[in-house]
Design a binder for this molecule. Structure first.
Ligand code: ADQ
Length: 467
């Protein structure tokens, strides 16, 4: 079998584009190399007339086929429907959801164009693996044009209950395209239940266990919690501390023996960054004995800054950090540092290991890989403590973390204090269980389990009718 991966954005090594080592891109690339494969998607560039046919470019064992978007497509499909309608909706943020018919038409248009571009590149035995909410209707577009290959989908972000998803105009039409997939992977059982509930409630699908049927099409819906390269990340963290890489030195020197609490997130409202800063302020107010002894380092590289809600969050996080620093800081101590930059994997790994507390408090998150990276990076003989939002998919696996409700500032503040005061034996006990969990469900486990399920499915070939 040859594997064909489709994702919104493709990073091409021959263009010198950086792929986050240890990340999803690396896992997918290694799966592609194992099976031989093709990676198809958006180049990240915009041009007025994208090519009507693609010539794949080979790099190692992987071929890449990428298309530009037009500026109108980038606006409607990517910034509009994907990031202003689907992203907030899937994260249960109805108040932030902006829907327009023009954006929806642009979204469907790009999915149609992707299908037209991909079909000439497909071989009969290819197994196709499509990623994420940008491309939900892609399988239906492929089926409509006669593609009978196995097609899987993985949804990286949460799937909300039918009552929430149903508020999206055309939600029934959009959700009904999902049964064009043979296998739908989600991060948690909760997401699985929500999607199946939505298919039943919004388009009258029939359900039998984790199989859902509409018309002639049947899809299997299953949870595949995504993992990280645990062993690789652990080694990176060790090496980073040993080499005392620059960011590690820089955080160690001015802090001296001070304790470090760390947050690492894309600057996104789903990550709860502003609420986290407030919680840290509350912790310092409620426990003044910690003032001067502990600092919060929040690393938050800007993302999607063309979307107004993100620009607002950028402003808000500066405002809140500035206000708390002014209210609580001393001439020789700044309680909160917000750094809006991306760092190398190695620098991040070292910083996680250097931090006594990992603060991962999204308001809602599909999985949250930072939680797993924080655990992987710890020193087993003196591990730090993970404080984790119950609304991150990771909380379904990582029950030994201090689980918090990120909407409750007081609760998060108290968890920071509990983490800082936790005795070594308890830290070790929790760490060992967390580490065992992330190791047994690492990124290789995830890709191989998903692909085994997709390729092992008993799918009726032949008359596959579009939903
Ligand atoms: P994201 O929303 O991007 O992913 P997350 O899972 O935390 O969230 O992954 C972020 C990645 O970016 C991590 O590997 C992290 O180390 C890295 N990163 C963050 N800040 C960085 C910085 N300043 N410098 C360098 N690297 C940085 C989506 C979903 C998640 C889901 C993943 C994978 O929203 O819920 O876990 O996909 O399925």
């Amino acid at each position: 079998m040859r594997l064909v991966v489709v994702s919104n954005r493709v990073t091409m090594p021959e263009r010198g584009e950086k792929v986050a080592a240890g990340g999803l891109a690396v896992a997918l690339r290694s799966a592609l190399e194992q099976h031989g494969g093709l990676w198809f998607g958006w180049s990240g560039a915009v041009s007025s007339e994208p090519a009507a046919q693609l010539e794949p470019v080979k790099h190692g064992k992987v071929s890449y086929a990428v298309t530009d978007l037009t500026e109108a497509e980038r606006q409607s499909y990517y910034l509009g429907f994907a990031n202003r309608a689907l992203w907030p909706l899937m994260h249960y943020r109805l108040g932030l959801t902006e829907f327009t018919r023009a954006d929806y038409a642009g979204y469907l248009g790009v999915n149609r164009r992707f299908a037209r571009l991909l079909i000439p590149l497909l071989k009969p035995d290819d197994v196709i693996w499509i990623h994420d909410y940008h491309l939900i209707p892609l399988a239906a577009e492929l089926r409509r044009r006669g593609v009978t290959n196995r097609i899987g989908y993985f949804h990286h972000i949460p799937w909300p209950p039918a009552e929430v998803f149903g508020s999206l105009p055309f939600s029934s039409t959009l959700i009904s395209t999902m049964t064009a997939y043979d296998l739908i992977g989600l991060q948690t059982q909760n997401d699985v239940a929500n999607l199946i509930g939505g298919l039943v409630a919004l388009c009258g699908a029939h359900r039998d266990g984790n199989r859902v049927r509409t018309g002639q099409r049947e899809a299997v819906v299953q949870a595949f919690p995504i993992g990280i390269d645990v062993e690789g990340f652990r080694k990176l963290a060790q090496a980073s501390i040993r080499a005392a890489t620059q960011p590690v030195r820089a955080t160690t020197a001015p802090l001296g023996s001070r304790k470090l609490v760390i947050g690492v997130d894309r600057l996104d409202y789903s990550k709860g960054i502003v609420q986290r800063l407030e919680a840290f302020g509350t912790f310092l107010r409620n426990h003044p004995e910690y003032r001067g002894d502990v600092g919060l380092l929040q690393i938050a590289p800007p993302s999607r800054s063309d979307v107004p809600e993100y620009a607002e969050l950028d402003r808000m996080s500066d405002e809140v950090a500035g206000r708390l620093n002014a209210a609580l800081g001393e001439f020789d101590w700044t309680p909160i540092r917000v750094v809006k930059k991306a760092y190398s994997r190695s620098a991040l790994a070292g910083l996680y290991r250097r931090a006594q507390v990992g603060l991962v408090t999204p308001m809602r998150d599909g999985m949250n890989l930072v939680a797993k990276e924080y655990v992987a990076a710890q020193n087993p003989s003196n591990p730090g403590v993970l404080v984790l939002s119950r609304f991150a998919g990771a909380a379904h696996q990582l029950g030994e973390a201090l689980i918090v409700n990120p909407f409750d500032t007081h609760e998060v503040a108290e968890a920071i204090r509990t983490a800082l005061a936790m005795p070594l034996s308890e830290r070790q006990r929790r760490f060992e269980r967390l580490y065992a969990t992330i190791s047994s469900t690492d990124i290789d486990w995830w890709t191989s389990r998903y692909l085994a399920a997709l390729s092992g499915l008993d799918i009726p070939s032949g008359d596959i009718v579009p939903p």
